[in-house]
Each structure stands twice: as C-alpha cells, then as structure tokens.
Design a protein around this ligand. Structure first.
Ligand code: AMP
Ligand code: GLY
Length: 702
C-alpha cells in the first residue's frame, strides 16, 4: 500500500488532535493538514490558518493541495454545509450533509424521527409559544427538561427543578431569544447512568465504536457547573453486552435506517448520548459528529487503518468491520482554574515532554519554546491499561508530571466504574475458619487432642457478653475445645489471678483469653501479664509485645493480624508504599505500624487530633484508621486508589453502625475499602482461632 494520501482535518480541539493522531498511524497517509489545528496538533500535522466554518477557504485549500480526503470534526462546519459544498465540487469528504446534520442541530427533528421510527427516547412536546410551554410544564411533575431547538453550544438544555427555574429558562429561550428565534422541546425527566455510543455510519451500514462515558460536571463527585467534559473512559462495567447489542440495533442502526428513509442518509459519525434507565436504554441526544472528550479515549483503541474507514464512508462503499484493542483507556482533562466561568490564559505549562501517555491538546499555544494555556480546557492526558484500575493509576501518575499553577483537574474520572472494591472481612474470615476446621480435625488425628481455648469474662457488660459468646461459638465451630468462665463483676484481682494460674498449669489448655475491659478494682496489665506467655492468644503479654517489636517469633495480636490479612487481600505490595495509621493505641495502632514496617512500607503513625490530618492521610497508599470516632477521615482525606482499613465501630446519631471513615465518600476514592460492619471485626475472631492453633502447636513443640 502506497503511503501517499493527503488528508485535511477540519477543526481544532482535543477531538481533532485524536483524529489527527489516529490518521498519523495510517499506513496510507503521507501528509496531514489541520485547519485551524492547535499547538499540540502542530507536532503531527501542518496547521492551516483557516476557520472551521470557512467553507470557501477550505474548499479552495483542498483543491489547491490536491487533498485526497477531508475529515470534519465540529458540528458547526457540518451545519453550514461543508459536506454539501465539497461533494458538489467532486471532493471526497467524511461528514454528514447539512440535511443529515439536523439529527443533531434540530432537537425537534430528532424527536419526530425517533417517534416515527420507534427509537426509545424520553416522551416530549415542543412549543414556540411561551405561555403554552409554561402551562404545560407547570401541569407536570418537576424536574422539567427544557431543550432549545437548535445549536446552542451545549447550553441549550435546562433541567429546571421548580416552576421558577422553568419560567426563567423558557423566558430566556422563547421571549428573550437568547440563542435566536426557535422552539423549545419539553421532555420527560429520565434517570440512570449516561454513556456515549459512537459509530461510523454510511447509509444503513453502522460500524460501532467502543462505549465510553463523559464527565460533564466541573468538580469531583459530579458537582459544580456543566462543562465541555472533564474526562472520559472506555470499558463501562454497568453496560452489559446485551445492553450494547440492543442499543446498536434499536438505536444506532434504527436511526441510520430512518435517516435513509427520510432521504437524508448519514455519512459520518453518529453519536448516541444514551441513558440506561429503569425502563431500558433511551436516547438523550444524537450528535452528528465525534464526541468530545470521548473521541480522545475511543480512537486510541482503534487497530484498523482509520483512513480506510473514513474513505469508505466518504465514498459510500462497504469496508471491513474496524477492529479495536481489548484494553481500556482513561483520559483526564486539565482545565484553566475558573473554567467553565472566567479564567486567565497564558500560564506556562511544564513537564509535558515527560509524560508517558497520550496528550491531546485542547487549548494551548506556543511562545518560542514555552507552552502556554490558551483556553478553558487545556489538554487531556489519556492512559491505557489492561483494566480500568490500571489505566486510572497510570493516568494520574502521568498527570502528576505536569506543572502549571493555573490548571485543575478532576481526581475521580471513571468513579462510576471504580467504586472501591470491598475488603470483605466476613467472607475472608469465613474461608479462614473453614481452613482451620480442616486443620483442627487433622491435628486431632495426629496428636490425639484438640486445641483448646478458655475465655474469661468478668461481669455482665452486654457488649462483652456478645463478643465472648461469639468467640466461644467460633471455637466450637472450628472443632476446638472451649470453655467460658464467667466471674462476678466484683471479683477480686486475687481471685482472677488465681483462676489464671490454674489455667496456666492445665496441660490440656492451649489458649487463655481475658475479655477486656475489666472492672475498676482490677489492674488490667497485671492480669494480662499473669497469663503464661505461651498461652497468650491475644498477644498482649508484655513478653509477646516485646518479641513483636524485637522481630522475634511471637503471638501477633488478633486485630493487627486481621488488618494485615485484609491489606494482603487487596493484592498491594507494601514495599516502598506509604502507610498511614491513625490512632496510636498499643493494641491496634502501634502493632499494625510495626507489622507494616516489617513489610518495608514507609509508616506514619498519627494521632486523630493531628492538625490538618488530611495532609497526612492523603499520602497514604494504605490507610488504617483505628480511633473510635465517626468521620475522623472524610472522603477528601483519602488518596485516590488507596487501600482503606476502617477499624472503628461507632454509632451515628440515628443509632446506625458506622466506622471512623466516611464510607460513602471514601469509597469513590479508595481502590479497596472495608465495610462497617463486616471488615475488621470478623477477622479478629478468625485470627484468635488461628492464634489458639499456633499456641497448641508451639506447646507441643511442633
Ligand atoms: P444534552 O445537551 O442533550 O447532552 O443534555 C445535557 C444533559 O442534560 C445530558 O447529558 C443529561 O444529563 C441531561 N438531560 C438531557 N435530557 C434529559 C432527560 N430527558 N432526562 C434527564 N436528563 C436529561
Ligand atoms: N461529550 C459530549 C459531546 O461531545 O457532545
């Protein structure tokens, strides 16, 4: 195949950069021009100073340069009829005719089309009279969806929460004619996750692209004003293959067919802005072009030669189904501070050369060697990975290399797909208990005796009673011998020590556990240290604690051991990672820190009242919170991608169980997180059983 094709790409932003990038991988393309292009595109194409709507100028340029194919990015160029003009002049062009572009440029055209051909979308009515529209809206439930019927630069949709907002929007659209004279479509309000489904379309032929999802709001957690898109990714876990196939057939292929029947066949990209509602997949909008920023994450996955696809569609001939790589991509937009409102331009951007990922420029300019911001959305960094998690880690690592004091970006792109996976201590402890059960029965065969545990409870504190009963029950479940020894609330320290002494000397007993806390008349430390070191299943004995810190063999306390087991469950390699432990108790915080240090992590132990605790916790790849107070760690205090272990067990104002971490928010940031309850608690009991078996083996000298 000769590498001799000359291509003109019309447009400028990140979307065009991605198109130019894809074309530059074509084995047929010799030279790419881009009008007007931008500072990033200039590295891969020759930028031509012509406006994207300057049809005359572009046509003259294409003829003069002997362009083989023109590819149109923005809708504005399509709606002024660039395709019609090029075709009339006998030039090859990829993009829809002006008539076909109405599927995007006229909301009413699209609605009527969908109605007529049974394409699923929100119910609607359209109006040109202000009062009639207002009456209709007020007679229906809010929120009301109001769409100006025409191109309104993405500002033509208002979701009005109440009558006042609806009236203001209708007034601006129909009376003040803010966007020009036009009609308004009033739609049913739909709910569900939105996603984008693009396809190359040539008449009735539809070649689908991978699904993607845009993030329209400016700030983390989908808050703040609407923007042109702050990031996107492919590989949507909430859309099944069945959903996708349905949307291809009943939406994209149905629309392509409908447009043929209407006498205005499509010949470019059809973009379905879709929503997965409780009643199935429905169309929110159609666009007649590549989406932005979706294109920047979708096109990098294209394996086939994009020139061939563009040329085939432009010529109206069939081509092979394009093939796509089985990876996922994730892109983060860096925008000027203040965007989508007022912002400054001209801030210097450094570090872009060091980025090991795709960088698509949206609004930059060069001044000599320096790269400066020149728009609201400035650039998009797109990384690829085997799964969304890998792509996510990579993209934020690369974004971190950019230095600029006037940029911001969202830290939660793909959060729909990324909710922290649960470190399910309940399930893990259940499987540990099954293993122990098996082990205990084998030990009994081998040694002629079962491991045995004595649990002492003093007094009748209801919480303590629940804990000890659970421990005894679990011991019985795994097949050990266990006894529960109950002593009166007012028992003397001496009587308790006497009991421990008897148990220490019992040759058949392997583990002794005294449920804490103890009544006031008893010195806890003395009691704990009275337990024979080799029967100390809790690992609290002073000699066990000493051995732990000295790195000698010892009984590791149950809760810290359980926490470490949960961290391992996440698959994280602790070497060189930063672990932050909030809470410095001797029975959880400090031993956990020691165990993490032994795994070569960098460990920071913090008090819960540390000033600006967030600046410490945000460094944590592993965050363990063992304080016992609600919301010690809020969502924004969690480093994206962290493993979060919440040891706290508290009750909120309504009496519901909650941890130390704001779970709902933290889950959006963490890669793994423990639920409350069901995280650390069940693990502690499983580890207690494990420790009893260890004591048993140690006492046998095994
Ligand atoms: P559009 O400009 O058509 O993409 O609309 C902008 C946004 O408004 C969409 O991405 C949706 O989030 C929202 N929207 C539009 N139509 C509806 C609808 N019928 N129900 C709920 N949300 C909608
Ligand atoms: N990302 C939405 C659009 O391109 O219209």
């Amino acid at each position: 195949m000769a590498k001799d094709k000359k291509v003109l790409v019309v447009g400028g932003g990140g979307r065009c950069h991605a198109i130019v990038d894809a074309l530059s991988r074509s084995p047929q393309v010799e030279k790419i021009f881009c009008a007007p292009g931008n500072a990033g595109i200039a590295a891969q194409a020759e930028c031509v100073p012509l406006k994207d709507t300057d049809v005359e100028g572009l046509l003259a340029f294409a003829k003069e340069q002997g362009i083989d194919l023109t590819v149109v990015g923005p809708e504005a160029a399509l709606s002024v009829g660039i395709v019609d003009a090029f075709r009339a002049a006998g030039l090859r062009i990829f993009g829809h005719t002006r008539a076909a572009t109405r599927i995007e440029s006229s909301k009413e055209f699209a609605k009527v089309l969908m109605d007529k051909y049974g394409i699923p979308t929100a119910g609607y009515r359209s109006f040109d009279d202000f009062q009639a529209a207002l009456d209709f809206v007020n007679a229906r439930p809010f929120p009301a969806v109001l769409k100006y019927d025409g191109l309104a630069a993405g500002k033509g949709v208002v979701i009005a929460a109440n009558a006042a907002e609806a009236e203001a929007a209708l007034r601006s659209m129909l009376l003040d004619e803010t966007f020009g004279k036009g009609r308004v479509v009033v739609e049913d309000f739909l709910t569900g996750p939105e996603f984008s489904f693009m396809a190359f379309v040539d008449g009735e032929r539809v070649y689908p692209m991978p699904l993607s999802q845009d993030h329209k709001r400016a700030f983390d957690g989908d808050r703040g004003p609407n923007t042109g898109g702050m990031g996107a990714y492919t590989g949507l876990p909430f859309i099944t293959e069945e959903d996708r196939a349905y949307a291809q057939e009943h939406i994209l292929e149905a629309a392509a067919k409908a447009m043929c029947e209407e006498g205005c066949p499509l010949s470019g990209v059809l973009y379905g802005g879709l929503m997965k509602t409780p009643d199935g997949i429905k169309v929110i909008e159609f666009n007649a072009r590549f989406g932005d920023p979706e294109t920047e994450v979708v096109l990098p996955l294209l394996e086939s030669d994009i020139y061939e696809v563009f040329e085939a569609v432009a010529e109206g001939r069939p081509t092979a189904e394009p093939s796509w790589r089985q990876a996922v991509t994730l892109g983060v937009v860096l925008a000027s501070k203040g965007y989508p409102g007022k912002y400054d331009k001209g801030a210097e951007i450094i570090g872009v050369e060091q980025i090991d990922a795709r960088v698509y420029h949206m609004g930059t300019r060069r001044e000599g060697e320096r790269l400066l911001t020149a728009g609201g959305r400035v650039m998009m960094v797109v990384a690829e990975g085997k799964d969304i998690r890998a792509a996510w880690r990579k993209v934020y690592q690369e974004v971190g290399k950019i230095g600029c004091d006037n940029l911001f970006f969202r830290r939660d792109i793909a959060h729909w797909a990324l909710d922290g996976r649960l470190l399910d201590g309940k399930a893990l402890s259940a499987s540990i208990k099954e293993d122990l059960k098996d082990r205990v029965s084998k030990l009994e065969v081998k040694y002629g005796r079962k491991p045995s545990l004595a649990v002492i409870i003093v007094g009748s504190n209801p919480a303590s009673q629940v804990y000890v009963r659970n421990k005894v029950k679990t011991a019985i479940y795994v097949g050990m011998n266990s006894r529960l020894i109950t002593m009166a609330e007012d028992v003397s320290e001496e009587a308790l020590l006497q009991m421990i002494d008897t148990l220490n000397r019992d040759p058949e007993l392997d583990g002794i556990l005294v449920q804490l806390p103890l009544p006031r008349q008893i010195n806890e430390a003395r009691v704990i240290d009275a337990i024979a070191k080799e029967k100390d299943v809790d690992g609290f004995h002073v000699l066990n604690v000493g051995d732990l810190w000295l790195g000698r063999p010892c009984i590791i306390p149950c809760t810290p051991k359980g926490i470490l087991r949960l961290i391992d469950e996440s698959g994280i390699d602790l070497t060189g990672k930063t672990a932050v432990v909030v809470g410095r108790s001797n029975i959880v915080g400090k031993p956990v820190a020691k165990l993490l240090l032994d795994r070569n992590a960098t460990v920071i132990v913090a008090h819960s009242r540390t000033k600006d605790l967030g600046s410490v916790t945000r460094q944590a790849d592993v965050l363990v919170v063992a304080v016992g107070r609600q919301n010690v760690v809020t969502g924004d205090m969690v480093k994206p991608g962290a493993v979060v272990i919440d040891v706290g067990m508290n009750h909120d104002a309504e009496g519901r169980l909650c941890g130390d971490v704001d779970f709902t928010q933290a889950r959006l940031r963490a890669s793994w997180i423990t639920p409350v309850p069901g995280g650390v608690g069940p693990m502690t009991i499983a580890m207690l059983m494990e420790n009893t078996v260890e004591c048993f083996l140690a006492r046998l000298g095994a």
